[in-house]
Unconditional design. Structure first.
Length: 74
């Protein structure tokens, strides 16, 4: 196996350090985008409205059903 010189090792370390810095900046950008809840609300607005409507319908129907059961028992 060929031995690397000290200069080759230094260049390799610097290259790895530069790649790591770029990867870290890219990751910071992605994390900032994913955790921006206002942007996510705008992006998924239709899905959120549909989910809220379904949840309201289910909860409202559940309360109505419970009220109907209570009235029948009396």
């Amino acid at each position: 196996m060929a031995e690397r010189t000290a200069e080759e090792i230094r260049r390799s370390i610097e290259s790895n350090r530069a790649e790591l810095a770029l990867s870290l900046e890219r990751l910071r950008g992605e994390v900032a985008e994913v955790t921006d809840w206002r942007k996510q609300l705008v992006r998924h607005q239709r899905t959120i409205v549909i989910g809220a409507a379904v949840a309201g319908f289910v909860i409202g129907g559940g309360f109505a059903a419970l009220g109907g059961l209570r009235r029948r028992r009396r």
